[in-house]
Design a protein around this ligand. Structure first.
Ligand SMILES: [Zn+2]
Length: 166
């Protein structure tokens, strides 16, 4: 069996903007906080998509969706994820599992963890047990500790079974 591992890391600044939705894994987290960015700034989907592209050796989402391109303003990041998944399927890989950790003080993610996992399950066509989602803080240290932003790290393991190797 051919296996590939990938890691993605992303950060976005937290802002107060009741007009801008805060999206994590495609799930809207209620409240006044939002993540700033050229796209919809879904830090979780960005880290996850980077992990998939990284496993394939296909660069990063910044190359595929440059933030200097006006077409990608407020881009729905589920499109980025699906772009990475399409690249993966083209190479005939499948996901064994993903493991994601959000890093920050705010928002409190506990109430939304299952919803986010279910959203990823649906979008990636996986079982819930294939999706790990954790949250941690930096114990008030640094910019993330001051809730100036939110970070996310994602790992993914891809496999290509012998039966479908080309
Ligand atoms: Zn990002």
């Amino acid at each position: 069996m051919n296996m590939r591992v990938g890691t993605g890391l992303d950060f976005h600044r937290l802002i107060q903007d009741p007009e801008r939705p805060l999206l994590l894994g495609g799930v809207e987290i209620p409240g006044d906080l939002a993540l700033d960015g050229h796209s919809d700034a879904d830090v979780l989907l960005h880290a996850l998509s980077d992990a998939i592209l990284g496993a394939l050796g296909k660069g990063d989402i910044g190359e595929h969706f440059p933030d200097t391109d006006a077409r990608y303003k407020n881009l729905d990041s589920t499109k980025i994820l699906h772009h990475a998944l399409d690249a993966m399927r083209k190479e005939r890989y499948e996901i064994s599992n993903v493991d994601i950790t959000l890093i920050g003080e705010r928002p409190r993610l506990h109430p939304y963890r299952l919803l986010i996992r279910e959203s990823l399950m649906f979008q990636m066509d996986l079982e819930l047990v294939q999706i790990g989602l954790k949250a941690t803080t930096t114990e008030k240290m640094g910019a993330l500790g001051r809730a100036e932003g939110l970070g996310c790290i994602a790992s993914v393991l891809l496999y290509r079974s012998a039966g479908n190797a080309g």
